[in-house]
Ligand binder design. Structure first.
Ligand SMILES: *Cc1c(COP(=O)(O)O)cnc(C)c1O
Length: 405
């Protein structure tokens, strides 16, 4: 019997998603329950928006406290938490100024506006000529401008016409970056690890090289760490693996502590000072509830050493997974608790494996057809990861006694 909740969602909702057939009603830590009280281990973490786990007690408490005081003022007035929240963002990223938004896509749009205005007013690019370089296989969100520079046909098809001023180059190719930059280039926007693109790690040294090229050519290095940030790859931010710093950092997802959308752009004074009152805004951006939640979400990552936990437990989990002997698997790769299992092309889709894992009590989702993303909350214990690895093994290994005939 199809669940009533699913029937209603299908009857009254736009079909822009194809969710697995499970109806979640409760969540706590790494676990959720469905309508029939069946428990599942959450190995997707809402695309890394749940790094701190479901309903982290500290974050829930901070939200409830703020709900009892003040939730929304708009930016027409000051609120007492905004400054402290923005200060925290600059401290964890070692940058200088931040601009709060809500969703990830909005923060990306904000970064694009900042880079363009910086190009015209600071770098002195001729009016209307600024370009921004992006990578093939990127994912930066779903607005019309952003899908306009996607290399994914489905993301673009029938949604044009699109904004001009973007150049696509290969990811993980520093030479291509050097060639693509011209005197009108404002910035180079990329994900340090391509998440939706299939958990693709660039070669070691790539970000460092990109940093060097951008500095030499006076081009802003803009990193989208909406998915990789806040401990996911075993450091607070993925750029810290290479000892570099971006000019512009885009954060979201886990910044909302699994409670509400909170995003931000963090940058240097040089870039952020291009904004004048009226240039840009958001009714909900920087609201006091979001500030209270965002601040606590960062403190939980820091004070519970979740980046370190992600690094250590991620290594442990990855080693366990790599012991799986399966004819279906082409490669298992990962950094921290950001892990992709790529299946061989001849098996067409990773979806059947997700469905099998669902039956086994593991929630996960394929990305880019062939890759199964394993990204549990960073609070997961070794024991929980053992449980997960055991189920993955069960689904991927063909038992020794099995015979084809
Ligand atoms: C999820 C994601 C976005 C978009 O964030 P939304 O909150 O869904 O708008 C942008 N960039 C990256 C790298 C993401 O993973």
């Amino acid at each position: 019997m199809e669940s009533e909740a699913i029937l209603l969602a299908e009857q009254f909702g736009a079909m822009n998603y194809a969710p697995l057939s499970v109806v979640i009603t409760e969540g706590k830590g790494c676990w959720v329950k469905d309508e029939n009280n069946k428990k599942f281990f959450d190995c997707l973490s809402a695309y890394s928006a749940l790094n701190q786990g479901h309903r982290h007690p500290r974050i829930v408490k901070a939200a409830i406290k703020q709900l009892g005081k003040l939730t929304l003022t708009s930016r027409a007035f000051h609120n007492n938490l905004l400054g402290e929240f923005l200060k925290k963002l600059t401290e964890v990223s070692e940058l200088e100024k931040a601009l709060p938004m809500n969703s990830g896509a909005e923060a990306v749009e904000t970064a694009l506006k900042a880079a363009r205005k910086w190009a015209y007013t600071v770098k002195k690019v001729e009016a209307g000529k600024a370009n921004i370089i992006v990578c093939k296989n990127n994912f930066h969100g779903r607005t019309t401008t952003i899908v306009g520079f996607s290399s994914e046909t489905q993301y673009r098809e029938n949604f044009g016409p699109f904004s001009e001023g973007f150049k696509l180059i290969e990811f993980n190719d520093a030479k291509a970056l050097g060639k693509a930059i011209d005197s009108n280039t404002a910035g180079f926007l990329l994900e340090p690890v391509q998440g939706e693109g299939g958990i693709i790690f660039p070669s070691e040294g790539y970000l460092k090289e990109a940093r060097k090229i951008c500095s030499e050519k006076n081009v802003l290095l803009i990193l989208d760490e909406i998915q990789t940030g806040f401990g996911r790859t075993g450091k607070m931010f993925a750029f810290q693996h290479e000892g570099i710093k971006p000019d512009v950092l885009i954060v979201g997802k886990a910044l909302g502590g699994g409670i509400m959308p909170v995003s931000a752009v963090i940058s240097t004074k040089d870039v952020m000072n291009v904004f004048r009152p009226g240039d840009h805004g958001s009714t909900f951006g920087g609201n006091p509830l979001a500030c209270a939640v965002g601040l606590e979400a960062i403190k939980v990552i820091e004070e519970e050493s979740l980046s370190e936990k992600s690094r250590v437990n991620g290594k442990y989990f990855l080693e366990k997974l790599k012991q799986i002997n399966s004819p279906f698997i082409k490669e298992i790769r990962g950094k921290g608790l950001f892990i992709g299992i790529e299946i061989k092309k001849e098996f067409v889709s990773a979806k059947p494996f997700c469905l099998k894992l669902l039956k086994e009590g593991i929630l996960c989702k394929e990305t880019h057809d062939l890759v199964l993303r394993l990204a549990p909350p960073l609070t997961a214990t070794k024991k929980e990861l053992d449980f997960c690895a055991k189920k993955v093994r069960k689904v991927f290994e063909i038992p020794k006694e099995f015979k084809f005939d």
